[in-house]
Ligand binder design. Structure first.
Ligand SMILES: [Zn+2]
Length: 341
């Protein structure tokens, strides 16, 4: 299996994150995650680790708003110019617009509040470069399956599925899976299945009004979990995309059997949509031992999930999203991937 990986992700290494309650914590979405996955892949004889090609900005701008991408590109440099009495390692705003406030202020911190929806996507020196490296991995994997590979794995960091057309959050800046899915959509209908523990709110935002890309997310119920404001079962697309987005919210404690019966429902929808390619947003935080998760999905469950998805027999691009139990991450993702070789 072709695996695309770029070490540019190391340029993005936020020193902390703020948890609910204002608690400072080590950043869970850290570079070590990739080291763990890479070393697990290197132990497998089926993984061919490759450098991604550079695709430029066109595929990004086909999905994200130009003003948002420009903000990501310039924000850190602007931040170094702002005079403040405190240290400025990362750009993070403290003011966010409530319902009905739609103005985009001129000030950098105003724009940061406008484009960020939470406190977990700080912008540092190197964040934009890392995000570009990550999308190049996803696009290189997309190109591989477009050219006839049965599957490819994009080892993306930062992850992408919380990033929308014009917003970042949840450790995500550019939506790797969505950019790859859009790029592939020039070749036919696409299904994008998101199995990360959290709702793929960014992917939902990007494809909500499109009928040519079926998006399905299976995740923790947002009524109880991050990202709280998106990912409910009654959000099913709009306009041309009416019916082509589906959310499957699941309760805390969801075990293998419950997860797999929901997955079967999702796979039935994908079959009847009859896509040409499948993109999988593969977050391993669905695993029982994840610090951000509440599911009881075992490694055997992950094996079964992979087996059922692979049985669709679609050319598949698997894109790395979350997963924060670093010790288990390598084994979990390779367990999933092995079904697609
Ligand atoms: Zn997640």
């Amino acid at each position: 299996m072709q695996v695309y990986y770029s070490n540019t992700h190391q340029l993005h290494n936020p020193p902390f994150e703020l948890f609910d309650g204002g608690q400072h914590m080590p950043y869970l979405e850290n570079p070590e995650r990739m080291e763990r996955v890479l070393s697990a892949l290197k132990e497998r004889d089926w993984a061919e680790i490759l450098e991604p090609d550079a695709f430029g900005l066109d595929p990004v701008l086909a999905v994200h708003d130009a003003d948002y991408v420009d903000f990501l590109r310039t924000a850190y440099e602007e931040w170094t110019q702002v005079k403040t009495p405190y240290e400025k390692k990362a750009l993070l705003p403290a003011t966010f617009p409530p319902r009905g406030w739609s103005r985009r202020p001129k000030s950098l911190l105003g724009r940061a509040g406008y484009y960020m929806f939470d406190l977990s996507a700080p912008i540092m020196d190197g964040t934009y470069q890392a995000a570009l490296g990550s999308i190049n991995c996803a696009l290189s994997g997309a190109k591989a399956i477009a050219e006839g590979e049965r599957s490819a794995f994009a080892l993306c960091r930062p992850p992408g599925h919380h990033a929308g057309k014009s917003f970042c959050g949840g450790y995500c800046y550019l939506n790797n899976a969505a950019i790859a899915a859009h790029w592939l959509s020039g070749l036919g209908k696409i299904a994008l299945l998101d199995i990360d523990y959290h709702a793929g709110n960014g992917t939902q935002d990007i494809f909500y009004e499109r009928g040519d890309v079926l998006t399905i997310s299976i995740h923790a119920d947002p009524d109880a979990e991050y990202p709280a404001f998106s990912g409910y079962a009654d959000e099913m697309g709009a306009g041309q995309g009416s019916g082509s987005h589906r959310n499957f919210p699941l309760p805390a404690g969801t075990d293998d059997a419950r997860y797999l019966s929901t997955l079967r429902e999702a796979l039935t929808l994908i079959k009847s949509f009859a896509p040409v390619f499948l993109v999988i947003s593969a977050g391993m935080d669905l695993y029982s031992g994840d610090p951000l998760g509440t599911f009881s999905v075992t490694r055997e469950g992950i094996q079964q999930i992979g087996k059922h998805i692979a049985a669709l027999e679609l050319p598949s691009l698997i894109v790395m999203e979350g997963g924060y139990n670093n010790a288990a991450l390598g084994k979990n993702i390779t367990t999933l991937l092995k079904n697609f070789i």
